[in-house]
Ligand binder design. Sequence first.
Ligand SMILES: [Zn+2]
Length: 167
Amino acid sequence: MSKPILIDPLKFAREGRSLSGLMPVGELDERVHSDLSDTSGEVSYQFEGFRDELQRYALRIRLDAQLNVTCQRCLDGMPFSLNTDSVLTLFTSQEKLDEACELDEGLDAVLAEAELDVTALIEDEIIMGLPHSPKHDECGRDTLSLAKADKPNPFAVLAALKRPKSE
Ligand SMILES: [Zn+2]
């Protein structure tokens, strides 16, 4: 179960506030865990409230995490660096939101409720940021080289060494 972190999104954006921290992957919801091969590590998150060029209130959400996803070919774990940078534009009425989305198809819009759960947003961002069908370049070999090429995590390397190779 994930603990909610609640903010008032409009106030957060109006006051140009920011919020950052580390969230253990293990504390995120099951819907995130089901896409991962293990729940080790932490997600570094950064939220910023601001007013965009159209004077709309918005939240910028940035995530950075070393995750382990499941290779869809050999079902072994593989490291994945998640880096997301998104903007969520806040609207106070469904009408305004629909209108804005019609003008800008790429707009990520949300109705501003009195309370917004930051943890749920982080979970949504992770799910959207994960590869749909991750596969090793070469199964049985690349777990190690990927782990080395990226920020080395000695435990991941050790786990990869210990894990029996299956094709
Ligand atoms: Zn594989």
